[in-house]
Design a protein around this ligand. Structure first.
Ligand code: ZN
Length: 247
């Protein structure tokens, strides 16, 4: 079973050696811990990046550190990076969209330079996201791969993303009444472009991701084992490597 978006907790306790975890960092203080556990556990897939909620203390030296990490480690992916209009509205000084766009773009450039998959957070900033992608189009090759994590947009936005090389990652408890837009996108999302995530801390994520797969297997009228297999294949396509822990 693959969980396409998990976070690090202060102390990483137990996790299932048979699951694949795409672990996203939020800032440079996560990177060393992530480097350590991913070097010891094949089922931990590390994503290094600075999340838009954590840019207040970020400087260009962090971008340099990120580049060193990517340069040293072929398995390192980029994430969680992105744009969040709600955060910018709450605190327009520390988290202005301009500042968010700067760090998002610089990190995306590094991912493109080293040809790594990238995990993206986007809240109510779709046009800004598409503008950045357009501005970087010369750097974006045919092999560009990204995950739009916690997708909560429309079918139309989903299709624009898929066209540009994105996989769409859906959160647990999809509910037709509570999130009709997301639910409709989920129903129309091709299985080979889909990921399922808990968006929890590793360790506490277990029950959420299992229930999520059970729910999706019912909604998609798909055998549980086949669903797990499909998500793992998507993970292998995304990471460009064979993933351990096939159960
Ligand atoms: Zn996250």
């Amino acid at each position: 079973m693959l969980d396409s978006h998990v976070h690090l907790s202060q102390s990483v306790t137990s996790f299932d050696p048979h699951k694949i975890y795409f672990i996203n960092s939020v800032d440079s203080s996560d990177w060393m811990i992530l480097q350590d556990i991913s070097s010891k556990h094949q089922n931990i897939i590390p994503f290094y990046g600075i999340h838009p909620w954590y840019i207040q203390k970020t400087g260009d030296s962090d971008l340099q550190k990120l580049e060193v990490l990517l340069n040293q480690n072929d398995a390192a992916l980029v994430g969680e990076i992105g744009l969040d209009r709600i955060k910018a509205k709450k605190d327009p000084v520390q988290f202005s969209l301009d500042k968010q766009i700067y760090y998002f773009k610089e990190q995306l450039k590094l991912a493109l330079k080293y040809r790594r998959g990238v995990s993206i957070h986007c809240v109510k900033a779709w046009e800004e996201l598409f503008t950045v992608l357009k501005e970087l189009h010369q750097l974006i090759g045919k092999d560009f791969k990204a995950i739009l994590h916690y997708f909560n947009g429309s079918v139309q936005i989903m299709n624009r993303l898929i066209k540009q090389g994105f996989f769409i990652s859906f959160f647990p408890n999809l509910n037709e009444q509570k999130n009709p837009k997301t639910f409709q996108a989920f129903q129309l999302c091709p299985l080979d472009k889909m990921f399922l995530e808990s968006d929890r801390y590793i360790g506490e994520s277990e029950k959420y991701i299992v229930a999520h797969y059970q729910n999706v297997s019912l909604l998609k009228k798909m055998n549980f084992a086949d669903l797990k297999k499909r998500m793992l294949i998507n993970g292998e396509i995304f990471t460009n490597r064979a993933l351990a822990g096939k159960r």
